[in-house]
Design a protein around this ligand. Structure first.
Ligand code: AMX
Length: 427
């Protein structure tokens, strides 16, 4: 058994008992109330989910297991995966063990390539990724063991197997999709000497003489790995997984949510908006020109992609990390310069629109420009990168949920007539 498995085997029974006791002794304590506005407004702010992997305080941004994401930017994604699952940073021996374990699991069955090749050549890369994950479901250890009558306290172990197999295979699947969908030539074999993020960069086949693209990929994979569990993709993954659908079903469903333009697809839209700005003004626009284009976008009833957030009320620290990477490695790149100038301009415009609660950039406002700089210019692919990273968080959440024995998700819906009846003052 791996060190990660052994660590979780030590932790999970205690956590399960702790939660059982909490519910038994304090189950009736009220932690949130729901207003009519929230019922119609995407349940915004209703505290009704538990997620131990990470939290997102509106004034601080992503904190993974107590560590602000800004302090994790030099870590490997494998270290962050260990942290997400166990709540602790791994030792060198721990992370080496995890790397070796992932390497053993990274072979992608040939039938995946046959399925992907049979899809229409202009399929969206997210459709290809989600199809591949769903088709891989036949490899699910959870489903096989469930069918064999696995006991409830072993669910987390089977979920961990699925999570690790998925995480191990995803870079090769995603890189294969990139090369197939954008006619980049044959797939590139995994290099066992590389870490998970660098291997993904290598399999994409982006020329990387100085190793900067691999560094960007590691950073990207760390920054997008988790964002608590109330967002569409995490909540969908958790909901599907709560039915004891295995993590292949659950992740594929969750990533279908990530493919929405208000969620993960914003990164492709964001770079599109920045490139349109450069195109419209024949090169780097001035801040005045950016202001004019932003106002034109808003007047047309469109959003400024990459700005605003359902939870955050500050500049997303993940945006700051990308901005710092860009300033270090590509300060004079014209697309990056526009991203930086948009950041200096757009928040002041959005602040003047009362209904917008968060005028600040989110994670998607800058990442595309960095990828573009290194030659990853196919922006419909960007949400796939996001997905590979987010799989770390949502699969970790799934393993923990099965460890804690969380119940099937089943909130109560009400009708508009019922809501109206609540608004009538009692006689
Ligand atoms: N540009 C223009 N209008 C915006 C806006 C923006 N960047 N951000 C919010 N608004 C508008 C909303 O569309 C909404 O208008 P409506 O009442 O007419 O429908 C109003 O302001 C209130 O929205 P909010 O309460 O501030 O935000 P929200 O929680 O409803 O939505 C989000 C959050 C991210 C969907 C929204 O800010 C948005 O559409 N941003 C642009 C798209 C984007 O960057 N998405 C990526 C989010 C991060 C991620 O998941 N990857």
């Amino acid at each position: 058994m791996s060190k990660l498995h052994d660590k979780l085997a030590q932790q999970i029974p205690g956590l399960r008992d702790e939660v059982k006791t909490l519910v038994k002794e304090h189950g009736a304590k009220v932690i949130s109330q729901v207003t009519i506005e929230q019922a119609y407004g995407g349940m915004r702010g209703v505290k009704s989910l538990v997620c131990d992997t990470s939290e997102v305080p509106p004034d601080k941004g992503l904190i993974i297991r107590g560590i602000p994401v800004a302090q994790l930017t030099e870590k490997l994604p494998e270290e962050v995966l260990w942290l997400l699952l166990t709540g602790e940073l791994p030792t060198k021996a721990d992370v080496d063990d995890l790397k070796a374990d992932l390497r053993k699991r990274n072979g992608v069955p040939d039938y995946i390539w046959a399925v992907l090749k049979a899809m229409p050549a202009d399929s969206h890369p997210m459709v290809m990724l989600n199809t591949a994950i769903l088709v891989l479901e036949k490899e699910s250890v959870f489903r096989r063991r469930y069918d064999e009558g696995m006991k409830k306290d072993q669910y987390w172990e089977a979920a961990l197997e699925d999570a690790l197999n998925i995480v191990a295979m995803l870079p090769a699947v995603a890189a294969g999709i990139y090369r197939m969908r954008f006619n980049k030539g044959d797939r590139i074999a995994s290099n066992p000497a590389l870490d998970w993020g660098a291997d993904y960069a290598h399999m994409l086949g982006i020329p990387d003489p100085k190793g900067e693209f691999a560094a960007l990929m590691r950073l990207y994979l760390v920054l997008h790995s988790d964002h608590e569990s109330g967002n569409v993709s995490a909540m969908t993954t958790a909901t599907v997984n709560s039915a004891l659908s295995d993590l292949y079903y659950a992740l594929s469903a969750g990533l279908s949510g990530l493919a929405g333009p208000l969620h993960g697809l914003a990164n492709q839209e964001c770079l599109g908006w920045v490139l349109d700005t450069n195109k419209k003004f024949g090169g780097n626009p001035t801040k005045e020109q950016i202001k004019a284009y932003a106002e034109e976008t808003l007047a047309a009833g469109r959003v400024i992609p990459g700005y605003g957030h359902a939870v955050l009320r500050i500049t997303d620290p993940r945006f700051d990390a990308f901005l710092a990477f860009g300033k270090k490695h590509m300060p004079s790149d014209p697309v990056f310069q526009t991203v930086s100038n948009v950041f200096d301009t757009v928040p002041d415009i959005l602040k003047t629109i009362q209904k917008i609660k968060d005028p600040w950039p989110n994670v998607d406002a800058g990442s595309g420009a960095l990828l573009y700089h290194y030659g990853l210019t196919e922006f419909p692919y960007y949400t796939v990168l996001f997905s590979v990273s987010r799989a770390l968080g949502v699969c970790s959440q799934g393993v923990i949920a099965r460890g804690l024995g969380l119940a099937i998700t089943r909130p109560k819906s009400v009708t508009t007539s019922w809501i109206k009846a609540q608004t009538v003052a009692p006689a």
